[in-house]
Design a protein around this ligand. Structure first.
Ligand SMILES: [Zn+2]
Ligand SMILES: [Zn+2]
Length: 335
């Protein structure tokens, strides 16, 4: 099969991704072999490709928003059949035995493995996934529309829950890409007032189309104090202004896996009155199930921009440059 591999992490402009030939992977005892139909492009793929995240597997194939069909099953797998449509997401495996796993926080498992970082992901004709971490998908939504839900959607959902937004609360979204535009739809469906703060006129237009109450520049103050905010942009220098925008008792969640440095905080203006700054780390399978159920119920739809899988590097370059709004999805044209 053909697969994209990160040969030497570096700026995407210098072509760190190479299209290589590899044997179709053998599913392990508890794994599924999945033929990739579509794979969403997540900012984390950019971080893996450019080396913002340390190398966990040399020559890794990125991609962790995979919609595909089961092509083969390991000997120990039950509950799936060849031809089933499944989703492959970021959280790939946990030990299931540590204290975090025992208390329902498997997203914090120190032994967790991640698709497209510790193991090869979906920028390829085939990938594998432990069956216990594969997500059955509803039959009536197109592959391309589903793919971005599998990381961007799930992480946005976890970030939203981490803000502990009160019913009917005022939510600020800093940055408005793949994850934020899905999060916004769910928050609006649940009755929140949403203010979007982002550079990029196209993203601000999309925000207003989806029902945001306001859309301003990332450094603007929202028109009213916020009960909660989520920082989707990987820009630590936005943390102080997002904290200032919070009302008393408000929570700022940082959704990204990577953030540039946060400048010194001013305690009185940015943290006092019980404002809270929280991070968001990966997700649990329960987050994924809850989000996929809610997304189907509320008709949450990704605005997508498709590329052939053979053009994956261009999709990453365009993501980096902010050349599209919504989420990019690679469609398998290699097989
Ligand atoms: Zn664990
Ligand atoms: Zn992701």
């Amino acid at each position: 099969m053909r697969a994209w591999a990160v040969t030497e992490p570096g700026p995407v402009e210098a072509d760190p991704l190479r299209l290589v030939r590899r044997p179709v992977p053998e599913p392990g005892e508890d794994e599924l072999l999945v033929r990739v139909r579509a794979c969403g492009v997540c900012r984390t793929d950019l971080h893996v490709t450019e080396g913002d995240l340390p190398v966990r597997r040399a020559g890794v194939t990125p991609g962790h928003e995979v919609v595909g069909t089961v092509a083969a099953l390991g000997a120990g797998v039950t509950g799936f059949r060849p031809g089933d449509r499944v989703g492959v997401a970021w959280l790939r495996r946990t030990d299931g035995t540590c204290g975090y796993c025992a208390r329902g926080a498997e997203n914090l498992c120190p032994a967790s493995e991640h698709t497209g970082w510790d193991a090869d992901g979906g920028y390829a004709e085939y990938t594998t996934v432990p069956a216990a971490f594969a997500h059955p998908l509803p039959g009536d939504v197109a592959d391309v529309a589903l793919a971005p839900l599998l990381c961007a959607g799930i992480i946005g959902y976890r970030a939203l829950r981490r803000t502990s937004l009160p019913p009917g609360g005022r939510l600020g979204l800093y940055g408005f890409g793949g994850s934020a535009h899905l999060c916004a739809q769910l928050a609006l469906a649940e009755g929140a007032t949403v203010h979007v703060l982002t550079r990029g006129a196209a993203a601000r237009r999309l925000a207003l189309e989806l029902g945001a109450a306001s859309a301003g520049d990332a450094r603007d103050m929202p028109p009213e104090p916020l009960d909660g905010a989520i920082l989707f942009a990987p820009a630590g220098d936005l943390v102080p202004s997002a904290l200032r925008a919070l009302d008393r008792g408000g929570v700022l969640s940082v959704a990204g896996i990577h953030l540039s440095d946060i400048p010194p905080l001013h305690y009185t203006d940015e943290l006092f009155y019980e404002k809270e700054l929280r991070s968001v780390t990966s997700n649990t399978r329960a987050d994924a199930r809850e989000f996929l159920t809610l997304a189907a119920r509320h008709g949450v739809r990704a605005t997508t921009h498709t590329y052939p899988l053979s053009q994956a590097p261009q999709a990453l370059r365009d993501l980096k440059a902010g050349r599209f709004d919504g989420a990019a999805v690679l469609v398998n044209d290699l097989s």
